[in-house]
Structures are given as structure tokens and as C-alpha cells.
Write a protein that binds this ligand. Structure first.
Ligand code: ZN
Length: 285
């Protein structure tokens, strides 16, 4: 290689050829148990570009299975790689696609899986499961987003692949959430939708800023004093002593009047201050 380009040996100038021919190589011959060999790889790994975990495992569990698996998942000339990289992060050459495929099929038990399949001459299960997961995602979300790359699709598949979804609806909802300025964690959109739009924590919904909270607190409190009721509108509805309690600013927090998940936005008109107890009880941002 020269400047990342492959060079043919016989095309090299004589002196360069000699240099290569006269270079002595250090060759390690590994013997011992699998864990001993693995330790060896970790030791010699200190020099040069360190092997990552999957590269180490490939070395330790080398055999027909790894060879076949690499031909598919570690092959940058595989025409599918482009499509896969929408969902899988990393580099084909550094075995990160293979690692993902193994991770999905083994539900996170990569080493155990490689151990028990080491002498297999087929990789059908590995390949089929990987393709199933990708096809499943495509069947639900018709559009691709950068935020889809590297998500735990294998786990999501395990959890949700028996749930029926409407592709048109899911694609539309994903597009809306990706576009919603209140959604701070766009990577969480897909899991949120797959889970039936329940766990808004996945989206890290933008909360009201301090200036807005202060203005709403002031307005609400002045109004409550005038009417002789609590400045927490929920306490004001109650029958206890808290019905007329005026809470301090620090004892209250902002709440979406119309829940964000029901279409309410994060604007001042949709902001109310609730006492901490009621805010927590309502719990829906
Ligand atoms: Zn209250």
C-alpha cells in the first residue's frame, strides 16, 4: 500500500522490492485454550492499530463460520453495505457490521454465539435474522433519517416485531416528530413510536424556559391573590387547607396545560405553574 492505494509487488522499484524481501517478520504461533489465545491477542494488540473486540473474537474463534460471516458482513464490495449503513453504524472493514449482525441474532451474547457456531459451515441464521430486522424497520418507517443509524434495532425488533403497525401512519408520525422543535432527542423518535407513543422521556421534550415560567408564575399568583385561592390551579380545586395556599416560585414547576403528547406545544399560552406535588402527579410533559 502507498497512500492508501494498493501497489503490485513487481511494479515496485527494485530497491523497494529488496526492502520488503529483507524485512524480517515477527510471527506468533498461538497455542493453548481459547481464553489463553484471547489474552495473547490482547497483549500483542498494544503495538500498531489495536484490534477491537470483534476483531479479537474473529481471531479467537476463527473457523468456517467466521470466514463465511466475514465474506458477507466484512466485505466492503457487498452491494448491500450502502443500504445497511442507514441503520448500522461503523466500518465494514473493522468488523462493526459483523458485530451488529452477531449482536442481533444472539440478543447481545456475541461471544457465546460465536463459540457455539464456530464449526458451522453455514451462516443462514445469522444472515436471515439480520435481513429480517432491516426489512422489519423498512416495513414500518418508509423514510430514512441519519438519526436511525446505530440504534438498537435488534432489541427493538425483539420487543416489537409481533406488534402490527401501519406504515403510512408511522412514517407520517416520524416525519412530524423529526420536525417538531420540542423534540430534543430525535434518535428517540422511533422507539417512542414503536412503543405506542407512551414514553415521552425518550424524546427529551423541551421544557419551558425560566423567563416564561417566571412570567406565568407572576400572572397566576396575582390572579389567585385577587380571587383568594391557591396559585396552583389544582390545589384551588381541592377542599383541604391547600385550597388557598400561595406557593413560592421555587415550590412550583411548569406544566403543559394541554399535554405535549396530545398536541399541546411548549409556548407560554400552554404553560401553567403547578405545585410540585401536582406537577409530579400529572407527570405528563
Ligand atoms: Zn397543587
Amino acid at each position: 500500500m502507498s497512500n492508501e492505494l494498493p501497489y503490485r509487488f513487481h511494479a515496485l522499484p527494485k530497491d523497494k522490492q529488496k526492502l520488503i524481501e529483507n524485512t524480517s517478520l515477527l510471527v506468533y504461533e498461538c497455542e493453548g485454550t481459547e481464553s489463553e489465545i484471547k489474552q495473547w491477542f490482547q497483549t500483542i494488540n498494544i503495538a500498531g492499530i489495536p484490534l477491537n473486540e470483534q476483531e479479537e473474537l474473529n481471531a479467537v474463534y476463527s473457523g468456517p463460520f467466521v470466514t463465511k460471516a466475514r465474506a458477507v458482513f466484512s466485505n466492503s464490495r457487498n452491494a448491500n453495505v450502502q443500504k445497511w449503513s442507514t441503520y448500522v453504524r461503523g466500518s465494514v472493514k473493522r468488523q462493526e457490521f459483523l458485530n451488529t449482525a452477531l449482536n442481533w441474532v444472539s440478543h447481545g451474547q456475541v461471544e457465546e454465539y460465536m463459540q457455539s457456531h464456530r464449526h458451522d459451515t453455514k451462516i443462514d441464521e445469522l444472515q436471515a435474522h439480520f435481513n429480517d430486522v432491516i426489512a422489519w424497520v423498512e416495513s414500518i418507517f418508509a423514510d430514512c433519517y441519519n438519526e436511525m443509524c446505530g440504534l438498537k434495532w435488534g432489541q427493538l425488533y425483539d420487543e416489537y416485531h409481533n406488534t402490527p403497525y401501519n406504515q403510512k401512519e408511522m412514517t407520517q408520525k416520524a416525519a412530524e416528530l423529526m420536525d417538531d422543535p420540542c423534540v430534543k432527542n430525535r434518535k428517540g423518535v422511533f422507539e417512542y413510536l414503536l412503543g405506542g407513543e407512551k414514553d415521552t422521556r425518550l424524546l427529551d421534550v423541551r421544557v419551558f424556559d425560566e423567563a416564561t415560567k417566571r412570567r406565568v408564575y407572576k400572572r397566576q399568583t396575582e390572579d389567585a391573590r385577587r380571587r383568594g385561592v391557591s396559585n396552583c390551579p389544582l390545589c384551588a380545586l381541592g377542599h383541604e387547607a391547600r385550597r388557598t395556599k400561595i406557593w413560592g416560585e421555587k415550590e412550583m414547576d411548569a406544566d403543559h396545560v394541554e399535554a405535549w403528547s396530545q398536541g399541546g406545544n411548549t409556548s407560554e399560552e400552554n404553560c401553567q405553574m403547578l405545585c410540585l406535588t401536582h406537577n409530579r402527579a400529572k407527570g405528563n410533559r
